[in-house]
Design a protein around this ligand. Structure first.
Ligand code: F42
Length: 329
């Protein structure tokens, strides 16, 4: 059995000013969350500027990129940035890194080549650079940091089977974008196989459910808040994942088409109860606890409350802290 204590994270998307994120991150810290994850997309506020402010506004929480990628930032720049966050925050940085979001790379004119090996090589390069080792392979030509940093934990953002196995091989943790136990029954064994293949103890890998989360005392309000996020997840899910949850391709196509047309009335109407149940942790605190209990059974050791968090973010953070996080302490 896996004995790691369950921890709680929260995700913020820096699509609003850092001061607002800072306020909510402090609220999350005071509400008992253990880790704050900030997403990285070129079209939002910069992840490291946001983490710098959070380093100054919080005292205890771990602060992480959730997740950055090796395409828009060289691993050498990532090593320098995350080491700086670690220094400013007094040793609280964690690095989440994944293959990145193809849609944003297309918009930036960046080719998404060999994502598996890019993630693997960049994690290895970052680890070496943090130790001040000189790098002269994998495209590097004598790169070396001017300062030594802590051995900052690296979490791999993964969904696909190969990436999950890689996360088990090289990650201190894995961030899996999913909310339903069936998805973790598929993912967790792959992470464990990866760890075993690399001769590691699978218990050393922190398995995180990076879930769309929506909590409110009123279930209907929680569901309404989750609808748009769930619609985007359905539209972006591969056929096998939809099938796993009994959702037809036709239903997903209809939602995609409504998103493309900008018809958000139709988007909301297209999201069924089954989709909400498959792709979010949603409802009253009691509903959410029931789901967290199920996830624990599959080997999950961190639950990350991802967007939307709830219909009123401030209130939902406090509610989750009081009625969910505290029950697992
Ligand atoms: N992406 C962002 O850009 N920003 C974020 O803030 C962000 C947050 C985030 C949080 C949690 C999380 O789980 C994911 C998150 N993502 C974010 C998305 C993340 O960056 C990835 O897009 C997402 O995890 C999907 O990745 P994936 O695990 O499905 O991996 C892709 C690349 C995939 O297709 N994997 C396949 C697999 O089986 O794992 C294998 C692909 C493969 O084998 N590729 C070969 C190779 O060498 O890489 C090449 C194959 C060929 O023929 O070219």
């Amino acid at each position: 059995m896996f004995e790691r204590e369950l921890s709680f994270g929260i995700e913020f998307v820096p699509n609003e000013p850092a001061s607002k994120i800072g306020y909510m991150a402090k609220l999350a810290e005071d509400s008992g969350f253990d880790t704050v994850w900030i997403t990285d997309h070129y079209n939002n506020r910069d992840v490291y500027s946001t983490l710098t402010l959070l380093s100054l506004l919080t005292n205890k929480v771990r602060l992480g990129t959730g997740v950055t990628n090796p395409y828009t930032r060289s691993p050498a720049i990532t090593a320098s940035s995350i080491a700086s966050i670690d220094e400013i925050s007094g040793g609280r940085a964690v690095l989440g890194i994944g293959p990145g979001d193809k849609a944003t790379f297309d918009a930036m004119g960046i080719a998404w080549e060999r994502p598996l090996s890019q993630v693997k090589n960049s994690a290895s390069a970052i680890r070496s650079l943090l130790k001040r080792e000189r790098l002269s392979e994998g495209g590097f030509n004598g790169a070396q940091m001017a300062f030594k940093a802590r051995d900052i934990p690296i979490f791999i953002g993964a969904q696909g089977p190969k990436m999950l196995e890689l996360a088990g091989q090289i990650g201190d943790g894995v961030l899996i974008n999913a909310s339903h136990p069936e998805d973790f029954k598929f993912a967790v064994p792959l992470v464990r196989v990866g760890a075993e293949k690399a001769g590691r103890d699978p218990q050393d890998v922190e398995i995180s459910a990076y879930a769309s989360f929506s909590a409110d005392k009123d279930r209907a309000k929680a569901v309404d808040a989750a609808r748009v996020v769930v619609a985007f997840i359905v539209a972006g899910s591969p056929e096998n994942v939809l099938e796993r949850h009994g959702i037809g391709q036709d239903e997903a196509f209809a939602i995609s088409a409504s998103i493309s047309k900008g018809d958000f009335g139709a988007v909301m109407a297209g999201v069924t109860e089954r989709m909400i149940e498959a792709f979010s942790i949603c409802g009253t605190p009691q509903d959410c606890r029931a789901r967290v209990d199920e996830l624990l059974q599959t080997g999950v050791t961190q639950v990350v409350a991802g967007s939307p968090v709830g219909p009123n973010k401030d209130r939902s953070i406090k509610l989750i802290g009081r009625e969910i996080v505290s029950r697992y302490r």
